[in-house]
Write a protein that binds this ligand. Structure first.
Ligand code: HEM
Length: 533
């Protein structure tokens, strides 16, 4: 039998098994929910940034818990119910990342990245890594955040033309800045992507190729998630770019790790390294030193492969996410010049270009603008989890299922999928009121009572998720974002170059600001140096 025939037979067999399980076993089939447009791909194509309005309609019609359809119409739970979400996020061994999602992430970071690992390996990695992201460590990175924010300011300033303005895709400059920040803060390595006199860095080039190649869509994209061999047999532009980026990052990571190990050992006078010897502020130094330290129990150490995998992980997880949030923030301030000016006045009242972390965090309007951006434009749209055993998920309110039976909880079978609608929850009218879709920083003066139930790690929002797999870098990202906005809004005025209604969210996992019809999002804004009158 030819390989192709075996492949097709395998696909059909797995599909049949899934189909059987779907129709006859999962209790989720009794939930109410929208009809799927395709038997094969279910709602797969609707679970994207461009379909947020449709998802909100589903929440309005069916309530916070309803059924959507996955591959071969497998019923899955879509939830914006804070009690159900809390249950799923706090039982992370019972609800793991699905294999197909882990495979996709592994294409970016390799299989040992903390975004991908589960169970004991994940717990060990977090134990070693968490201290590197604590408030004290982030305070120590303020110099990097300011230096790179001011570098972006100067980079744009140098491009101002004779008419006193520049028109640019702001995402490009911001993305360079966040890459430079994660380079220095993460690895003490300066990519210097904002220096025009240097050729484009290899890692930056690989990222640009990755984020500028369109995502595979349609049935092929769906099949490839479940049968990754298809990606190998028929590589798309995106797959090739991801493989190239991973190879570049691994090479870069191995070189860095080797250099750091040698540096640490050469600084030592005695034969062993102890935790107290840890001096470096960057994340990678901390990991390597923890790994070498003789006072760390053998079974809690990370393997070399574990350490190496975190280089692409931090580059991938910490770079484009923060850049996406900053892009949305500038977009909203361009739509609302009155908010922009109010913020500028607050920022200009500070008498230094480089305030401390505490001083930045004490600026009330800056804080509200950041919160409102991360509510309305959560960069990560949704996350999904796969039940590892039969379970019962508690819900906030009883509801009626498709058989008109009142339900007080939701039963799931092992293998069932749960989608946590981050963006849908944060724009739900039932929680945020009729103006949920409007950008209103002052709503944070008196936020709705209901949000106190949100099980998020920050700000009663799910933007950085919650539970044991919450974003490790949320403090890092918030301070970086504030430092960047501080530098940019003091220096420039931002204006839209396209009608506001043409701006839309684009993407599947990350929702980035772009213009209607674009496959690869770009946000052109008009920037003018600000002159005080
Ligand atoms: C606005 C910026 C950011 C947003 C919205 C964000 C959001 C998230 C979300 C939603 C997750 C959970 C994903 C899942 O479980 O499926 C996550 C995980 C993670 N984030 Fe972030 N993130 C941001 C910035 C950062 C930064 C700056 C770093 C590193 C410097 C970082 C590192 C990570 C890592 C390593 C994980 C995996 C944690 C684990 O599974 O234990 N993130 N992030």
């Amino acid at each position: 039998m030819s390989a192709a025939l075996v492949l097709v037979a395998g696909i059909v067999l797995v599909a049949l098994i899934k189909f059987w399980r779907t129709l006859y076993r999962s209790p989720l089939r009794h939930l109410r929910g929208p009809r799927a447009p395709s038997v094969l791909s279910g709602h797969f194509n609707q679970l994207a940034a461009t379909h947020q309005a449709l998802i909100r309609e589903w929440v309005n019609e069916y309530g916070p818990n309803f059924k959507i359809r996955g591959f071969f119409n497998a019923p899955s739970l879509f939830t914006t119910d804070t009690k159900a979400i809390h249950h799923v996020l706090t039982h992370s061994t019972d609800y793991c990342k699905p294999l197909d999602a882990r495979r996709l992430l592994a294409r970016l970071s390799g299989p040992a990245g903390v975004l991908v690992t589960e169970g004991e390996q994940h717990r060990n990695q977090r134990r070693v890594m968490n201290p590197a992201f604590g408030p004290v460590q982030i305070r120590g990175l303020m110099g990097v955040f300011h230096e790179k924010s001011l570098a972006l300011r100067d980079y744009w300033m140098s491009q101002v033309s004779e008419d006193g303005s520049i028109r640019t895709n702001v995402g490009d400059g911001i993305s360079k800045m966040t890459l430079d920040v994660i380079g220095v803060a993460g690895f003490n390595y300066d990519f210097e992507t904002l220096r025009t006199d240097k050729p484009t860095n290899e890692v930056n080039k690989a990222f640009q190729a990755l984020f500028q190649s369109p995502l595979p869509r349609g049935t092929f994209a769906l099949l490839a998630r479940f049968f990754p061999i298809l990606m190998t047999l028929f590589p798309t532009e995106r797959t090739k770019a991801a493989a190239q980026a991973l190879a570049v990052m691994r090479r870069f990571g191995m070189q860095l790790i080797e250099e750091k190990k040698q540096q640490i050992m050469s600084e030592k006078t005695s034969h062993s390294v102890e935790k107290k010897d840890v001096q470096g502020r960057d994340i990678l130094s901390l990991l390597i030193k923890s790994n070498l330290a003789s006072d760390v129990p053998e079974n809690q150490r990370l393997t070399d492969e574990d350490v190496l995998a975190q280089v692409p992980t931090f580059l991938a997880a910490g770079h484009e996410t923060t850049a996406t949030a900053t892009g949305w923030l500038l977009c909203e301030l361009s739509k609302h010049p009155e908010f922009q000016q109010k913020l500028r006045e607050e920022l200009l009242s500070v008498d230094t270009d480089t305030p401390t972390m505490e001083a930045l965090n004490e600026l009330p309007y800056l804080d509200k603008v950041v919160r409102e951006t991360l509510r309305l434009h959560a960069p990560v749209l949704m996350v999904n989890r796969e039940a590892q055993r039969d379970d019962v998920i508690p819900v906030s309110e009883p509801f009626v299922d498709a058989q008109c039976t009142l339900q007080r909880e939701i039963a799931v079978k092992r293998g069932d999928m749960v989608f946590i609608g981050i963006a849908a929850l944060q724009t739900a009218e039932g929680v945020w009121g009729e103006d949920a879709l409007e950008f209103k920083p002052d709503r944070w003066d008196d936020p709705p009572e209901a949000i106190t139930n949100t099980p998020g790690v920050w700000g009663h929002l799910l933007t950085f998720l919650g539970g044991t797999r919450a974003c490790i870098g949320y403090r890092f990202s918030l301070v970086e974002l504030k430092a960047l906005i501080f530098a940019l809004i003091r220096a420039f005025e931002f204006e839209l170059t396209a009608p506001a209604e043409d701006i839309q969210a684009i993407g599947r996992f990350l929702q980035r600001a772009g213009l209607r019809g674009q496959e690869v999002p770009a946000l052109p804004l008009l920037i003018r140096p600000y002159r005080r009158v």
